[in-house]
Write a protein that binds this ligand. Structure first.
Ligand code: NAP
Ligand code: MG
Length: 401
């Protein structure tokens, strides 16, 4: 066949360990035979980040601003052990954190639904997408321990002068702990806009929950900002698209989510999103089936798998063993990016290819061929699941494609 042409390049961010191996195979086996792939390549592997003193990460994020669509492989966030393992000049920051700071985006995570892999929650039929606010609250908190007899105050100053002071607690009867958190209106507004735009694009109703009854200023401000932005900027388009926005208490959202059939965008404050995304991922099956996209307020997209570099499998791979690492979430990073590129360039053939690749991947699992992580989860009448190595699995998908 004649290969599918591309007009604009994708920003390609290569990564580390097992996912770097899968990255190359996915391109070789599933994409390059069919697409005349155009990418602007950035090697975010830890060695090259170290060599370029992490400039490559910033360049990749800048390129994403320029072209609008990126696809990213999982990368190592170095800790002390990695500094030693790779002989790093510095403990470089998390690439995802750096990219998020430059693009100022929101991360949306959705499970990939496969027939034969039933969510633990019986009623969930469609994906629940979680949008996590990735700024502030306890993640940038200031905390102290207080001793008996001490008093903690919240003090607000302007131009060096104290203008407000409220007593947090007097620890007269014994020691305790105290914490101060913050957020900014700009960040909450950008978050609200990202969520509403994403929901419109995906045609998903939006559920947002916070605890405004208890937190009458802090959480209430979130609620008000979301309401203002919804009414002023999105309400009409939501009505046209026949979707809706609902705010309710976080407890009520949790109860409603459990009873729901899925198919919603669940907007979470930072901590709620951290906790609930793990719950949702587990309830739907496997980390290998969780896709993720970072969307900036000005609609730049960066697609990736939600999981990490699968280090344990990589060490086995280095010993020459064939691993059965699940490539599906990484395939979805590619298909997500190709579909979006196709949409922006009016390249229907490219988008259609990405959709066929997703369908072929699902069909492969549904017909009983899968990686090891999915075997214990799979249950379809008359089909005995077969465990394949990553490479064999990719070849099987290519056959179906
Ligand atoms: P991980 O790479 O997600 O792996 C944790 C475990 O989950 C694996 O050992 C494996 O379990 C299972 N798993 C995850 N993805 C899988 C897949 N595709 N197929 C099969 N099994 C899968 O998390 P981690 O071990 O905590 O982190 C490893 C490295 O990744 C770290 O250096 C971390 O910094 C980095 N990381 C990067 C990102 C990112 O770039 N977005 C995100 C998270 C972590 P079994 O071993 O039981 O098979
Ligand atoms: Mg978490």
């Amino acid at each position: 066949m004649q290969k599918i042409a591309m007009q604009t390049p994708l920003v390609e961010m290569d990564g580390d360990e097992m996912t770097r191996v899968l990255w190359r195979w996915i391109k070789e086996i599933l994409i390059e035979p069919f697409v005349d792939l155009k990418t602007e390549y950035y090697d975010l592997g830890l060695e090259n980040r170290n060599k370029t003193e992490d400039k490559v990460t910033c360049l990749a994020a800048e390129a994403t601003k320029k072209y609008g669509v990126a696809v990213k492989c999982a990368t190592i966030t170095p800790n002390a052990q990695r500094v030693e393992e790779y002989g790093l000049k510095e403990m470089w920051k998390s690439p995802n954190g750096t990219i998020r700071r430059i693009l100022d985006g929101t991360v949306f995570r959705s499970p990939i639904i496969v027939k034969g892999i039933t969510p633990y929650v019986g009623g969930w039929k469609s994906p629940i997408t979680i949008a996590r606010h990735a700024y502030g609250d306890i993640y940038n908190a200031v905390e102290e321990r207080c001793g008996k007899g001490e008093k903690a105050y919240l003090v607000i100053c302007k131009d060096g002068k104290e203008i407000k002071r409220s007593l947090v607690h007097g620890f007269d009867n014994g020691a305790g702990i105290v914490q101060s958190v913050h957020n900014t209106e700009d960040s909450i507004k950008a978050f609200a806009r990202s969520c509403f735009s994403f929901a419109l694009e995906q045609k998903l109703p939006v559920w947002f929950g916070a605890k405004d009854t208890v937190s009458k200023i802090y959480d209430h401000r979130f609620k008000d900002i979301f309401n203002e932005i919804y009414s002023n900027e999105f309400k009409k388009d939501f009505e046209t698209a026949a979707i809706y926005y609902m705010y309710t208490l976080i407890d009520d959202v949790v109860a409603r989510v459990m009873r729901s059939e899925g198919g919603i965008l669940w907007v979470c404050k930072n901590y709620d999103g951290d906790v609930m995304s793990d719950m949702v991922a587990t309830a739907y099956g496997s980390l290998g089936l969780m896709s993720s996209v970072l969307v900036s307020p000005d609609n730049k997209y960066e697609y990736e798998a939600a999981h990490g570099t699968v280090t344990r499998h990589y060490y086995n791979h280095l010993k020459g063993e064939e691993t059965s690492t699940n490539p599906i979430a990484t395939i979805w990073a590619w298909t997500g990016a190709l579909k979006k590129r196709g949409e922006l360039d009016g390249n229907k053939t490219l988008s259609a290819f990405a959709e066929r690749l997703e369908a072929a991947s699902l069909k492969t699992v549904e017909s009983g061929f899968m990686t090891g992580d999915l075997i214990p989860l799979f249950n379809a009448e008359g089909i005995t699941p077969q465990k394949l190595s990553s490479k064999k699995f990719l070849e099987k998908i290519a056959e179906n494609l």
